[in-house]
Design a protein around this ligand. Structure first.
Ligand SMILES: Cc1cc2nc3c(=O)[nH]c(=O)nc-3n(C[C@H](O)[C@H](O)[C@H](O)COP(=O)(O)OP(=O)(O)OC[C@H]3O[C@@H](n4cnc5c(N)ncnc54)[C@H](O)[C@@H]3O)c2cc1C
Ligand code: SF4
Length: 557
């Protein structure tokens, strides 16, 4: 198989078609043109199209976009709405009150409400016009190194056309080796290549564990006369119900154009109840009277899920190695108190581009030359933003009311707070074993009737995400030891994967004759959110890229 493998050489390869890499690639071409440097740039994306795996809130702070494409409006940037006012609402079980002030980091008036799938698609078109070679439908499956294993030389894309047993079928196409002087990784939260690379090159030494949240989002069509026809705010955030104080997270509701609305809910993966089901919490959130009045008479058009890395500054990996740079959510670029990662990811890609140009000017691509990326970041305003949120997610993950003392102290000390360098446990270690008979958490949701229009069940949600995978291929979810699943994990935690997965991928079945339990994987439902790779208490699940061009088919989330 290896003998047939094609090898293509580029100067620079971007891995991932999100805001980080797209902005990086655009900036690189702009700089190369300005400096008269001839450079061959490629970008790969595992989704079938640029944008088909992109999911975000999304309120965009336009600061990086204004720098990258000053005439973005004239160039047709797909803006949904301008934020006309912010609202911060505390939800009790049935009532609610509007918090009289909105934290300064969440003042979004004048920012843009966008759909990340539409926005990245548009950025992709601009990148194409600049001459970047864009390869959607290609998943980076393996990082390539030089002979001494210390320099990244490119990536290998996944083989296509393998059967379930891993043997090539008639339509088999071996993956391609995409070689580059510099590879820029921008895979988003929990990048699978970066996870592998970290085992070889020590990029997390001395760093704090990453903190994650998973979000479920829907775009809902509203009737013409709706809540936003007369509201002052079209950027609404909620806290409180259904999570209470111990689990970080909350809801967001943003107005979109043509009488559509974004409704989403995020929860921190530091939760400790094995019976917790994010999907149930999302439905409870939607059913709360405050939210229900906004989405009344609506119809869900699209749904999806994705994790976001919220750990911030102290969780950032080393940003450069020989032959490679790390950008965006994969490298923890995120302003967590502001709930914003798009503009910092864009800017991280743009700074990476500047470092790459310098490397070409010096004709040197080793870690020392590429460390200029770190120098640029250290001087950049996004570092200041990130420093302000350096202990935020860690404080939010504290149990009980003490978290508000920490958060308050951080608010008034620009992020330092009471403990600077606040540590956390890894999200996979926080589940508490169930006590006998303790499986109660989902009873409340069971009362909700899914009407199939405004309240849809998990499987309908998967359908509305337009997710598809060819069934006859090796399963991209690697479960190390299924005995652990059906014995230890089932006994101790009642198989939390059957609840934390928003795609309903995991199921435990019992053989009627033998009474033996078996793990069943409906991998074709996978939304590529990566929650299972993070939250599994036995680190038993490894998420890998399936054959490129599969997964969700997002167009508006
Ligand atoms: C529910 C939710 C709400 C959010 N709300 C907001 C908000 O309102 N405002 C805001 O600013 N930020 C928000 N964020 C955060 C923001 O979306 C991220 O910070 C941002 O998208 C990160 O950009 P990125 O380019 O690093 O990664 P991503 O946007 O995740 O893009 C990475 C891309 O790389 C592709 N990819 C991954 N691995 C591979 C591979 N091996 N080979 C090929 N392609 C690959 C993926 O398919 C994807 O298209 C939110 C996030 C979530 C989940
Ligand atoms: S299998 Fe994992 S990545 Fe796929 S939808 Fe479920 S939790 Fe998300």
């Amino acid at each position: 198989m290896d003998q047939q493998r094609e090898k293509i050489d580029f100067d620079v390869l971007f891995v991932g078609g999100g805001p980080a890499c797209l902005s990086g690639a655009i900036k690189l071409m702009q700089l190369a043109k300005k400096d008269n440097i001839s450079i061959e740039v490629a970008l790969i994306e595992k989704g079938a199209e640029i944008g088909s795996h992109a999911l975000s809130g999304a309120v965009l702070n336009p600061i990086a976009l204004q720098e990258l494409i000053p005439d973005f409006i004239e160039k047709g940037c797909p803006v949904e709405k301008v934020v006309k006012g912010d609202e911060f609402v505390f939800l009790a079980k049935t009532g609610y009150f509007k918090v009289p002030f909105t934290p300064r980091q969440m003042h979004n008036k004048g920012f843009y409400i966008i759909s990340l799938s539409k926005f990245t698609k548009w950025l992709g078109e601009i990148a194409l016009e600049l001459g970047i070679n864009i390869f959607p439908g290609f998943a980076g499956k393996e990082v390539l190194y030089d002979d001494n294993g210390k320099t990244v030389t490119g990536i290998r894309t996944g083989d296509k056309g393998l059967g379930k047993d891993g043997a090539p079928k008639g339509n088999f196409e071996p993956g391609i080796d995409l070689m580059a002087k510099v590879t820029v990784f921008g895979e988003g939260a929990r990048g699978s290549l970066m996870q592998d690379l970290a085992k070889k090159l020590d990029i997390y030494s001395g760093k704090m564990p990453q903190v994650y949240e998973t979000g479920i989002k829907e775009v809902i069509q509203l009737p013409e006369n709706n809540y936003f026809s007369s509201s002052d705010a079209n950027d609404i955030h909620t806290l409180g119900y259904p999570l209470g104080f111990d689990t970080p997270g909350g809801g967001f509701i943003y107005e979109m154009k043509d009488n559509k609305v974004t409704v989403g809910f995020l929860a921190g993966l530091s939760y400790d109840d094995p019976m917790f089901d994010l999907y149930d919490e999302f439905i409870k959130f939607k059913s709360h009277p405050f939210v229900a009045q906004i989405i009344k008479d609506g119809k869900v058009l699209q749904q999806g899920a994705r994790t976001v890395s919220t750990g911030g500054y102290y969780t950032m990996p080393k940003l450069f190695v020989n032959g490679a740079l790390f950008t965006g959510g994969a490298a923890a670029f995120q302003n967590t108190p502001a709930l914003k990662g798009i503009h910092v990811s864009m800017k991280s890609g743009m700074l990476a581009a500047e470092a790459v140009i310098k490397a070409f000017e010096e004709n040197s691509f080793n870690a020392e030359t590429l460390s200029y990326f770190q120098t640029l970041f250290d001087k950049s305003p996004i570092k200041e933003e990130m420093l302000e949120g350096r202990n935020f997610a860690q404080a939010l993950g504290r149990k009980g009311l003490i978290k508000f003392v920490h958060l308050g102290a951080q608010y008034f000390t620009k992020g330092r707070g009471i403990i600077d360098g606040m540590n956390t446990e890894e999200d996979c270690t926080t589940l508490k074993p169930l006590k006998a008979g303790g499986e109660t958490a989902t009873t409340e949701t069971k009362k909700i009737t899914f009407d199939g229009t405004l309240y849809v069940d998990k499987l309908t949600g998967v359908y509305l995400s337009k997710t598809m995978h060819r069934e006859d291929q090796p399963c991209h979810l690697i479960v190390r030891d299924t005995d652990i699943c059906v014995n230890e994990c089932y006994e101790k935690f009642k198989s939390p994967c059957t609840r934390f997965c928003p795609g309903d991928v995991y199921a435990i079945e019992t053989d009627e004759k033998t009474g033996k339990r078996k793990l069943k994987l409906n991998f074709s439902n996978c939304l590529h959110c990566k929650t299972c790779d993070i939250k599994d208490p036995y680190r038993n699940i490894k998420w890998t890229c399936p054959e490129g061009g599969e997964g969700p088919g997002y167009t508006m989330v």
